[in-house]
Design a protein around this ligand. Sequence first.
Ligand SMILES: NC(=O)c1ccc[n+]([C@@H]2O[C@H](COP(=O)([O-])OP(=O)(O)OC[C@H]3O[C@@H](n4cnc5c(N)ncnc54)[C@H](OP(=O)(O)O)[C@@H]3O)[C@@H](O)[C@H]2O)c1
Length: 285
Amino acid sequence: MTDRILVTAATGTVGRHVVTELVDRGATALAGTRDPGDAGDALPEPARAVALDFERPETWGPALEGVDGLFLVLPPGLDRDRVTDFADAAARVGVEQVAYLSALGAEKNPLIPHYRIERHLASAPVDHTFLRGSFFSQNLHEVHARDVRERDEIFVPAGDGATSFVDARDVGAVGATVLTEAGHRNAAYDLTGPEALTYDEVADVLSSALDRRITYADPPIPAFVRREYARGRPLGFALLMVGIYTTARLGLADRVTDDVDRVLGRPPRSMADYARDYADEFRRG
Ligand SMILES: NC(=O)c1ccc[n+]([C@@H]2O[C@H](COP(=O)([O-])OP(=O)(O)OC[C@H]3O[C@@H](n4cnc5c(N)ncnc54)[C@H](OP(=O)(O)O)[C@@H]3O)[C@@H](O)[C@H]2O)c1
C-alpha cells in the first residue's frame, strides 16, 4: 500500500486511466508529463500535474519528492537506459514500489526493451510489479481509425492470427490496484482481455457497434508499410507494427489469462465493450 503515487506517461493511453483510478481510490496522484501546463486542465481533481522528462534528469528530483509508489512507462522510441536510470533514482530517494508497464511475453524475449528493464527492476532495491499487457484494443482507433473511417476496413498484416486484446482502461485499473492494495509486490501479471479474436472477428464486432459493414483487408507487408509511410509515420514505427502483426499472424499473440479478473475481482472488458465505448472514433465526418 503506497500513499503518494507518481504516474509516468500520465497523458498516455494507459497512464491517464491509472490517474483516474487512483483519484477514485482516494490516493494522492501525481501526473508526470513533460508539459504540466498543458496536461493540468485535463486531469481529474485533485490529481496534480508535475514536470517529468526522462531525458532531463533535473526534473527527476522534484517529481519524486515524497513519492512512495511509481507507475513506470517506457515511452515509445525512448532509450531504455533513461527509464532504468530514473528507476534507480526513484529507489535512491526511497520509493517503495514500482509498477512497470511491460508487454506480454517480455520475460522470454530479449529483443524487446521490456526484457532488460524487467531484469533491471527485479534486481533493484525496490519492490516491483510487472504488468505485461497484451495488445491494447485502443490501438484500433489510436493507430488505425482512419482506415475504418475512410475505407470501412481494418488494414493490418496479421493474417488469420488471433490476438488477446486488452482494454487500456483495465490495464490502468490494474496499475492503480497493485499500487494501492497489499499483496502485489514482486509479482508479475499477464494482462489480456477475455478472449482472443482474429481481425475478421474484430471487424464483425466493429460492424455491429457502428451499424455499417467493416472488413478486414490483411494487406501484404510492403503495402502496409507503404501506406503507413505515405501517411507520415516514421519507417521505424511501421516496421515495429509489422513485427507486432507478424507475431499475431504466427499465432503467438492469442494467450488468454485470468489475471485482470484476479486483480480487479471482475472480468476484463471485451472487444464489444471497447467498440461500443469508442464508436465515435470510427464514425465519418
Ligand atoms: N500499445 C500496445 O498495445 C502495448 C501493449 C503492451 C505494452 N505496451 C507498452 O506501453 C508503453 C506505452 O504506453 P502508452 O501506450 O500508455 O503510452 P503512449 O500513449 O504512447 O504515451 C506515452 C507518453 O509518454 C510521455 N513521454 C514521451 N516522452 C517522454 C519523456 N522523454 N519523458 C517523460 N515522458 C515522456 C508522453 O507524455 P507527455 O507528452 O505528456 O510528456 C506520452 O503521453 C510502451 O512501453 C509499450 O511497449 C504497449
